[in-house]
Structures are given as structure tokens and as C-alpha cells.
Design a protein around this ligand. Structure first.
Ligand code: PLP
Length: 436
């Protein structure tokens, strides 16, 4: 009998049967068939410590024996309190307040509501729209769909259902661009702000790496310029670090590359090391203090049932401790070295007729092709060689767990390159997913 599970982003007509995962260890998971696959995607980028990390497993077990859940409404507990303090410590200076929720999408919904209410409470209720970027992805809930790329994003079908926001062009200058080279991107941003700032509450940015919208990378100068523009036009700056947070770009947070503090920052995926779903929306004093007042309207009307879940907070604390004690930023730098050497320095790959661009940032690498057809069959090709790759659209990428060894990472990049070097014979196999 086919399973009643309705899989995400799946075309029911063409989807291949999903293999059953029965366990995992380090960078690999194991299938029922006994196949062991090296996970090049780190399970939608969240399993940064790999599978079955003993310290994370133990943290959950210990917390389960003490307290699995209690609401944060009118109550508090040690794991939530400690995690909030730790997040304030590790995030950019000035983000002093933490609102917990249960997923990246909800964390972004919280950020947007906070921004709108902030302006309302300051007597600017007309500032109730968002400014987002083309190629953006901020989640799948209604509020988030409305700020994803409205044309090439995943949610254009829902346009009639969604509130209308403003969009600026996606940044085009690469990560290592000089300040001058970012000016055109910033001018495009300024143009939208000049025309619409009176109705814009916040600018939403996935800093340095627009992830699900095609792994588009840009420069820290862009973030610094965006910060200035937001101050000039009284617009809050929101960094969606759901994908970039916890080391993915080579620093703890993408914001750290630019030494910029956003007004609001959202964390999720890597927050718990992927072991439980959770998110945090952080805000500066400026944002938080606007909510201090006597009217009923001063309360922030949001409260997910599972916000601050003790198991999630405890494992997030352990994740952060492992990250720091095991020098993950050094490991990420080593992974970055391998990705550069194996992909960026590979002339044959870069000039391959199917390939548009090869990009590397931190522990992220992507090979962008001209036509999604050039990736058809690559997932099966990789699986036959012991690697779990899940390309989407025109992007073949890896975001490995940080505990992946150099040899294992070379195996992943080797399979990615091998696909192109053998690609003149026609391929069969499942279609490339349109989404990560
Ligand atoms: C994954 C992602 C989200 C959504 O997070 P969920 O936990 O899947 O709801 C939001 N923003 C970015 C940048 C993401 O990569």
C-alpha cells in the first residue's frame, strides 16, 4: 500500500518512492536497504552536527527526564532563559530581546508583525508593508509567501490570496565585490525606498546568501549600504538568518561579515542543530522599547503553543556549546578550502557548456546550470555513488554538516564534478525538484 504521507514539494504523478531512513551517524544516514548515504544537503541545511551526535542526544534525554514542555505564557523556565541569554551573547551587538517560536516561517511572521506594530505604536500606521528582494525565500506560511520572489518563487499561484508588498531587484554584485561594484544594487534599493518608504515597515534580507531562491550570493558592502538606507528612510532592517545563521557563510552569522546589527534577526534551521524544530526572533532595544506603554495595543499579540519548548531550548544550548568548544568556525574554514579547491579551481567544470556559474561561500557551494534538464537524473547518479544530493531548479549544491571530513567532502564534490564530466549520454531518472 502506498503511504498516506503527503510529501513536501512533490509532484504526485512523477515522484519516485521515497526511501526509508532508519538511522544516521555523523554525516551519513542509513536506509532500510542498508545503503549508507553521505548527506550533501545536511537535511535542508539544519543538521549541522550530523546525525546522532552523542552530546545532543544526551541533552534531549536529560531534559526529557526533567521537563518536556510547559507554556511560556505567564511562566518561564531555565532552558528558555539560558538560551535567550546565549543568543543575545552570540548575535550582533544590540540584539537584546528574544521571541521564541517553532519554525523559521513563524519566526519570520513574528518579525513582520513586530515591524508593523512597531511603526503603529510610534504613530506611523501607514508603514504596514514589507520591502523584499527578488529571488527571496522567507518561508511557506501566508505572510512569508507574500514576501518570496513573486515571479520565480514557489508561490506565484497564490498571488490573489496574498497581501501585496514591494520588491527591489536581487543584488548582483558577488561576495568579494568592491564597494563601488555594489553601488548599482544599492541605487536600485534606494529607488524603491524613495518611492514607497511612507508605506514600508521593514526591509527583509537573507544576508549574503539568498538560499532557496537560487543560492544567490552578495557582498557585505550591500548589507552596510542597506543598513544606511533603512536608517535614512525610517525602515526597520530584518535579517532572515534562518539559513545563514550558525556558520553557514563562514562566520557565526552573515551579519558578522559586515559588522551590521539589523533591527530584527530571525534564526531557525541550525539553532537546535536540526534536532528539534524551533526559531528565535531577536530585536534591539529600539524595537522592543516601542512596545512599552499602557494601551492594550502595546501587547505583542503572538504566542505559539510550543514557543520556548524546553527540549528545543536545551538541545539548542548544547548545539551552541559544541559549536564553540569544537571550533566549528575553523572546521567551516577547512570545508571552504576544499570547496574552493575542488569546485572553484576546477577549470573544466567552470567552462563546461552546461554550467553558468560556480559559487562558494563558507560551507556552501553551488553549480548553477543553464537549463534544469542538465540536472535530470543527478540525484540517482549520486545515490549510486553513496551521496544524497537534492538539486532544485538550475542549482546543484552542497551544504554539508560541519563535521564532514575533507575526504567525505571531496567525495561529494567529486560526484558533482563527475556528473558533468560524463554528461553527453542521455539521462533517465526522476525530474529535478523545483524546490530545495
Ligand atoms: C528554510 C527557511 C525559512 C523557513 O523555515 P521553516 O522552518 O522551513 O519554516 C525561512 N527563511 C529562510 C531563509 C529559509 O532558508
Amino acid at each position: 500500500m502506498t503511504s498516506p504521507i503527503w510529501h513536501p514539494y512533490a509532484h504526485l504523478n512523477t515522484q519516485a518512492p521515497s526511501p526509508k531512513v532508519v538511522g544516521g551517524e555523523g554525516p551519513r544516514f542509513t536506509l532500510e536497504s542498508d545503503e549508507s548515504l553521505l548527506d550533501a544537503t545536511c537535511s535542508w541545511w539544519c543538521m549541522i552536527h550530523g546525525y546522532r551526535h552523542p552530546r545532543l542526544v544526551r541533552a534531549i534525554q536529560r531534559q526529557a527526564e526533567e521537563l518536556c514542555h510547559v507554556m511560556l505564557g505567564g511562566l518561564t523556565h531555565e532552558p528558555a532563559d539560558r538560551l535567550a541569554r546565549e543568543l543575545v551573547r552570540v548575535t550582533p551587538e544590540g540584539l537584546n530581546h528574544v521571541f521564541f517560536s517553532d519554525s523559521g516561517s513563524v519566526g519570520m511572521e513574528v518579525a513582520m508583525k513586530m515591524a508593523v506594530q512597531y511603526h503603529y505604536l510610534r504613530g506611523k500606521p501607514a508603514k504596514h508593508r514589507m520591502l523584499s528582494l527578488m529571488k527571496a525565500y522567507h518561508g511557506d506560511t501566508a505572510g512569508c509567501m507574500a514576501v518570496c520572489d513573486p515571479e520565480e518563487g514557489m508561490h506565484s499561484l497564490f498571488a490573489g490570496f496574498l497581501p501585496q508588498h514591494r520588491f527591489a531587484p536581487a543584488p548582483t554584485a558577488p561576495f568579494d565585490a568592491e564597494e563601488d561594484a555594489v553601488q548599482a544594487d544599492l541605487d536600485a534599493l534606494r529607488e524603491v525606498l524613495e518611492a514607497h518608504h511612507h508605506e514600508i515597515a521593514a526591509l527583509l534580507i537573507e544576508p549574503l546568501l539568498q538560499a532557496a531562491g537560487g543560492l544567490n550570493m552578495t557582498s557585505p558592502h550591500y548589507l552596510r549600504g542597506a543598513r544606511k538606507l533603512c536608517d535614512e528612510f525610517d525602515v526597520l532592517l530584518v535579517f532572515d538568518e534562518v539559513a545563514t545563521g550558525f556558520g553557514r557563510t563562514g562566520r557565526m552569522f552573515a551579519a558578522d561579515h559586515a559588522a551590521v546589527t539589523p533591527d530584527i534577526m530571525v534564526l531557525s534551521k541550525g539553532l537546535t542543530g536540526g534536532y528539534l524544530g524551533h526559531a528565535a526572533t531577536l530585536a534591539t532595544d529600539r524595537v522592543h522599547d516601542a512596545f512599552i506603554g499602557d494601551s492594550e495595543l502595546h501587547a505583542f499579540m503572538h504566542g505559539p503553543t510550543f514557543m520556548g519548548n524546553p527540549l528545543a531550548c536545551r538541545v539548542a544550548l548544547e548545539s551552541l556549546a559544541v559549536f564553540e568548544e569544537d571550533d566549528y568556525l575553523d572546521r567551516i574554514q577547512a570545508l571552504n578550502g576544499v570547496l574552493r579547491e575542488e569546485l572553484l579551481d576546477d577549470e573544466a567544470l567552470r567552462v563546461h557548456p552546461d554550467v553558468v556559474d560556480v559559487r562558494v561561500l563558507g560551507a556552501t557551494a553551488v553549480i548553477e546550470v543553464h537549463d534544469a534538464k542538465a540536472l535530470k537524473g543527478v540525484a540517482d547518479f549520486a545515490r549510486a555513488r553513496g551521496v544524497w544530493l537534492r538539486p532544485f531548479g538550475r542549482w546543484l549544491y552542497t551544504m554539508p554538516a560541519y563535521i564532514t571530513s575533507s575526504n567525505d567532502l571531496r567525495h561529494i564534490t567529486g560526484v558533482m564534478k563527475h556528473w558533468f564530466s560524463t554528461r553527453h549520454t542521455p539521462r533517465s531518472g526522476r525530474d529535478v525538484a523545483t524546490h530545495p
